[in-house]
Write a protein that binds this ligand. Structure first.
Ligand code: IPE
Ligand code: IPE
Ligand code: MG
Length: 261
């Protein structure tokens, strides 16, 4: 199947397009180093790539795009790189949100926001609040996010619930934890993309990616655009998602609809 080019809004088989795409935006530093530029130049260009990717995602008809911008482990980087990233993040929130809002995009931020400065936390609150009512694509940026943090946070919140504490059955279930995970109101990601050539999850949405189709590309994030996104989606479209069942069951008309959550 051929996906629509960036010049058309027509999307064949709309139902087959992944509803939720999650991306690890990796390779900024190597993109810059290979051009004899400082690593931070790669982060700067990474913001332009994100802008292009958001536009392409809206055009393709993706309902939710979740991007990993800063992991809970990225604090281990040199102080000047971390400061640059924080300043870039603040600048991006201040400058880009107007355009997102104009396009009806709902911005969400997931991660442990306590780790950020007050001006950054305020910019996050203001941006999220401004776009809260938008009904277009949901764009989620994961910052100071870790998949283990997310699961632990959800478990602790589930434990705090009266129902769990008083039930006399201390066992948590998937259903008691799931509502407290990040993005629990969205379908779990259908497609995961990691740029930059590494083939690992790096503590991204560990729970939510359980049945996500994985796509790895050597393209460094600053070079990512709608063309590579379409390539990933074309790869996704020819995969058979079985969720534990057999191909035969999937072909059967009588099979109940598939749910992973
Ligand atoms: C991803 O690119 C951006 C962040 C993790 C903030 P990197 O900075 O990890 O780039 P490489 O992997 O070193 O090339
Ligand atoms: C993962 O990239 C996190 C983000 C892209 C934000 P890293 O570059 O930090 O991942 P590792 O450490 O190489 O696995
Ligand atoms: Mg990296």
């Amino acid at each position: 199947m051929t996906l629509p080019s960036s010049t058309t809004q027509l999307v064949p088989e709309v139902h087959a397009i992944p509803q939720h795409v999650a991306i690890i935006m990796d390779g900024n530093g190597r993109w810059a180093s290979s051009r004899r530029l400082p690593r931070v130049a790669g982060h700067e260009r990474g913001l332009s790539a994100l802008r292009k990717t958001v536009e392409a995602s809206v055009e393709i008809g993706i309902k939710a795009l979740t991007v990993f911008a800063f992991s809970s482990e990225n604090w281990r980087r040199p102080e000047d790189e971390v400061s640059f990233l924080m300043a870039l993040f603040l600048r991006a929130l201040r400058r880009e949100v107007k355009e997102l809002h104009r396009n009806g995009i709902q911005l969400r931020i997931i991660g442990d926001l306590d780790g950020f400065s007050e001006p950054l936390r305020k910019a996050i609150r203001d941006s999220v609040e401004r776009t809260r009512g938008n009904e277009g694509m949901v764009l989620t940026v994961a910052v100071n996010y870790g998949g283990r943090w997310d699961v632990l946070n959800a478990v602790n919140k589930a434990l705090e619930q009266d129902g769990v504490q008083r039930s006399g059955t201390p066992r948590l279930t998937e259903d008691s934890i799931r509502p407290y995970l990040a993005l629990s109101d969205l379908p779990e990601p259908d497609l995961f993309i990691r740029t930059g050539g590494e083939q690992r999850i790096s503590n991204f949405m560990l729970w939510q990616l359980a049945y996500t189709e994985l796509f790895f590309t050597n393209v460094h994030w600053p070079d990512f655009d709608g063309t590579v996104l379409r390539e990933a989606i074309e790869s996704y479209l020819v995969r058979e998602r079985r969720f534990g069942r057999t191909s035969g069951q999937l072909a059967s008309q009588t099979m109940p609809s598939i749910r992973t959550n």
